[in-house]
Design a protein around this ligand. Sequence first.
Ligand SMILES: Nc1nc2c(ncn2[C@@H]2O[C@H](COP(=O)(O)OP(=O)(O)OP(=O)(O)O)[C@@H](O)[C@H]2O)c(=O)[nH]1
Ligand SMILES: [Mg+2]
Length: 368
Amino acid sequence: MSFSVGIVGLPNVGKSTTFNALLKRKQAAASNFPFCTIDPNVGVVNVPDERLKQLAQVSRSKKIVPTAIEFIDIAGLVADAHKGEGLGNKFLSHIREVDAIVEVVRAFQNPEIIHVAGKISPADDIATVNLELIMADLQTVAKRLSKVTSDAKSVDPKSSDGAGKALLAEKQVLEKIKQALEREQAARELQLSEEETALVKSLSLLTAKPLLYVLNIDDKIKDNPAILRDRLPGNTTSIMINAQLESEIAELPEEEQENYKKELGVTETGLDKLIKASYQLLNLITFLTSGEPETRAWTVRQGALAPEAAGVIHTDFIKGFVRAEVINWQNFVAAGGWSKAKEKGLVRTEGKEYKVKDGDVCYFLINK
Ligand SMILES: Nc1nc2c(ncn2[C@@H]2O[C@H](COP(=O)(O)OP(=O)(O)OP(=O)(O)O)[C@@H](O)[C@H]2O)c(=O)[nH]1
Ligand SMILES: [Mg+2]
């Protein structure tokens, strides 16, 4: 199971620069040329986790395996992309399947870098992209609604036929979403019920996905510009990074990167922040396994029960799950590893109903 994040934004705002920095290498072409990216770039990025090193030390692990998320860098959107402007919006289909969206917004000045709208205005850019995502969803919803409406004509509302009922229910949700989109409201703002969400899940609506704004700033901006703070649409979060600087830091050898962070007095780079924020956006938690062969981070959705977590390691573990031995990572490190933690009675035994917590070190007992 891997989680993925799609990067959207206007052309030339620093999407590929951010993506490259994330991958720590120049995989995607990034240049001062709007629509530089045409085909999507896909990359898997390790999630930084300071806990791993400490766990590996007490377990004398031979290797450390961080968990990862996938990023997809796509072409830039422009106003009226849904009418075919720029490259159109067909490439949005490349990110239909992602779990969350990161929108890069240009807040850096530099007159040499062309802005497709001719002026630097983060709030306007946000509105433009927002509208294009809404229009893309509106096209999707309208198409499905017309099919569902025609199929529903033959359904007798009084009959107890399950498939017919589902069709009518779907029609209702689609109409609700369509009205919201027409009001220029994102589907995520509707707060649909679980049943409603399930009915439209297969449409993979872009505006229903969690959204994180990445404000690409330069060193002249110190504080979150008020215009952005006040104008971000509902149910969204934002972080600031300097993509250019981040991509330069990312190219330095590991040791120099550490020195650089020390000089700046920071414990994490903007990229670390971006990866972590994306991870949080996805509502994911990390549990850990630690032993001599390896210390490893694993990802599950928040609220996952122990068998589901075991299933991330191996799908067969779901069926064979017997129980889990669990200890919080700090206690694990303080105790000095599995056997000492057990001697001190710090390891708990948990069953099938246990909700895994972020930072749990787990050992699953499996009936094979
Ligand atoms: N000064 C400055 N320049 C930047 C920054 N981020 C990106 N750039 C420059 O802006 C230009 C466009 O960057 P890209 O990363 O290719 O932009 P993009 O959003 O992927 O663009 P398209 O693929 O065309 O949609 C490049 O010349 C970058 O070097 C930044 O933070 N500061
Ligand atoms: Mg690009």
